[in-house]
Design a binder for this molecule. Structure first.
Ligand SMILES: CC(C)(COP(=O)(O)OP(=O)(O)OC[C@H]1O[C@@H](n2cnc3c(N)ncnc32)[C@H](O)[C@@H]1OP(=O)(O)O)[C@@H](O)C(=O)NCCC(=O)NCCS
Length: 161
């Protein structure tokens, strides 16, 4: 049983520890992290899942970016503690936060990840949107939160102004 709450400043280092546990060493060297440097995450959409004892079981963060010159959300990192993977918590974090993103007026979301996992949430390849190199273009996925929000967009993903 997990409770989702918006991430606060007090949660930051516990979430970092979870990400360090779940991702390969050197995760912050990934090009997606260059889009996050010196930019605040989107308050309210970043969520922490804690069990009854207060332990962090999973977390998700979002950053604002510009994609082809228009605002977009960058989903991630998202991770679930290894002892709780496969129980649906990742899906819960992603669905709940996407819902909140739609409700708060965001039009589009992108991420760098595995299409076989993210397709279940409606994400599909964004062939005309380029993440900073080196990024495998097959892993650049998008979801329109409002109909057609990715249609006709071609260009680079850059840091939010
Ligand atoms: C990816 C992650 C967040 C998923 O969270 P989770 O709580 O384990 O996932 P859920 O329980 O919601 O979903 C489990 C399903 O997703 C599938 N799945 C998980 N990771 C997958 C992946 N990388 N590719 C394809 N399918 C994947 C599982 O096989 C399972 O499939 P099933 O429903 O057919 O049995 C979690 O496994 C994790 O933290 N992994 C390490 C960090 C990571 O890779 N984060 C994502 C970066 S892109």
């Amino acid at each position: 049983m997990f409770t989702l709450t918006p991430e606060t400043a007090d949660d930051w280092w516990e979430v970092e520890a979870l990400y360090d546990l779940c991702f390969a060493p050197g995760r912050t060297a990934l090009s997606s992290y260059r889009l996050r440097e010196d930019v605040a995450p989107v308050a309210g959409l970043c969520q922490v899942a804690r069990d009854r004892d207060g332990s962090v079981g999973g977390a998700i963060r979002y950053w604002p970016v510009q994609a082809a010159g228009v605002p977009a959300l960058l989903l991630g990192p998202v991770a679930v503690h290894p002892t709780h993977q496969g129980e649906g918590l990742g899906g819960l974090l992603i669905n709940a936060s996407l819902h909140a993103a739609r409700d708060s007026g965001w039009d589009r979301v992108l991420l760098v990840g595995d299409a076989p996992y993210y397709s279940r949430f409606g994400f599909s390849k964004l062939p005309d949107i380029c993440m900073p190199p080196p990024t495998n273009p097959d892993r650049v996925l998008g979801l329109a939160l409002t109909p057609g929000a990715w249609d006709g967009l071609t260009g680079k993903v850059t840091r939010a102004a």
